[in-house]
Design a protein around this ligand. Structure first.
Ligand code: 0GY
Length: 290
């Protein structure tokens, strides 16, 4: 593991908030173990191993029923660790893969059978080398017959430049981590306005109200991130997802306590109906309707 990155919490607290029955952690990862599933040569960081059994134990500890496991950049386009975890979880997990332009229909079919339901396009410059937009367009065409959707990860500063391309992509688009707002600017800043407008103008765009641990300036309990999540949950209750982001790759400031992250949920979704949509109905509709 890179020496300046922190490992995941060894002993997360028991959250006070009890998720509704059937709750989905809709953004988490599995890493390695490296001796079985090596990290990609082109990776920009080396994480700590974060194997499937540890993820499933965390799911149970936090009171969740299901996971959506997202392929992270450290595994590149080698989705074997993801697919292995999906096969072990059976119906309790779905996946988001990262693929290249040469992916075949048969490979996509095999991933679909394992539970993959989306591809991820990563635009974060510190994580990946830039991919030509024509490559993403080609992948979008290849996944269309499977009914998969597209998950995108970018930082707020890049939204204006990316918007024409994002809106040109077909189908449902899920934006990771609230579009990575600069929380120092506040929810009333034109940057966050731009993000709100994108979702308001395009009902096929969703977002994950996740990652207060990355977006915070003040640190736990992430008070400075509450207005962002709450604004999105109130405006788009049927198009928001939530995830732990375990095992929190690339964290330098602090080790997030996953129990504390779960206790963040009622602060951004104060109504029971909002939490039912956020944690159960929305992810089930997107990932489990066949
Ligand atoms: C996340 C966030 C990060 C990493 C990745 O693909 C990745 O490596 O997504 C990050 O460093 O912000 O969602 O795990």
């Amino acid at each position: 593991m890179d020496p300046d990155y922190l490992p995941f919490h060894p002993n997360p607290s028991q959250p006070a908030f009890v998720p509704p029955a059937g709750a989905v952690d809709a953004h988490c990862h599995v890493f390695g173990p490296a001796d079985r599933f090596p990290y990609a040569p082109e990776r920009k960081y080396t994480p700590c191993d974060a194997p499937k059994d540890t993820l499933f134990a965390l799911r149970d500890h936090l009171g969740f029923a299901r996971n959506v496991i997202v392929q992270a950049s450290c595994h590149g386009r080698d989705n074997r660790a993801l697919v292995d975890a999906l096969r072990s979880a059976g119906d309790l997990a779905r996946g988001v893969a990262v693929v290249g332009p040469d992916i075949s229909a048969e490979e996509l079919q095999a991933m679909d059978a394992a539970g993959v339901r989306a591809v991820r396009f990563n635009f974060v410059k510190r994580l990946v080398d830039a991919t030509p937009k024509s490559v993403f367009t080609g992948i979008a065409e290849k996944i269309a017959p499977l009914g998969w959707h597209i998950v995108v990860y970018f930082e707020a500063a890049d939204l204006a430049e990316l918007t024409p391309f994002l809106t040109s992509l077909p189908g449902t688009i899920v934006i990771d981590h609230m579009g990575r707002p600069d929380t120092a600017k506040g929810v009333d800043h034109p940057d966050f306005d731009r993000f709100m407008t994108l979702l308001a103008d395009h009902p096929r765009f969703w977002t994950k109200v996740s990652c207060p641990e990355r977006l915070t300036i003040d640190g736990p309990p992430y008070d400075d991130v509450v207005p962002f999540g709450r604004t999105l949950v109130e405006a788009f209750p049927d198009r928001v997802l939530w995830g732990t982001d375990w095992p929190h790759p690339n964290m330098k400031s602090h080790i997030p306590d996953d129990g504390a992250l779960v206790d963040f949920i009622p602060r951004i979704a104060p109504e029971a109906a909002q939490r039912q949509a956020l944690l159960v109905d929305n992810p089930m509709r997107l990932y489990w309707s066949e």
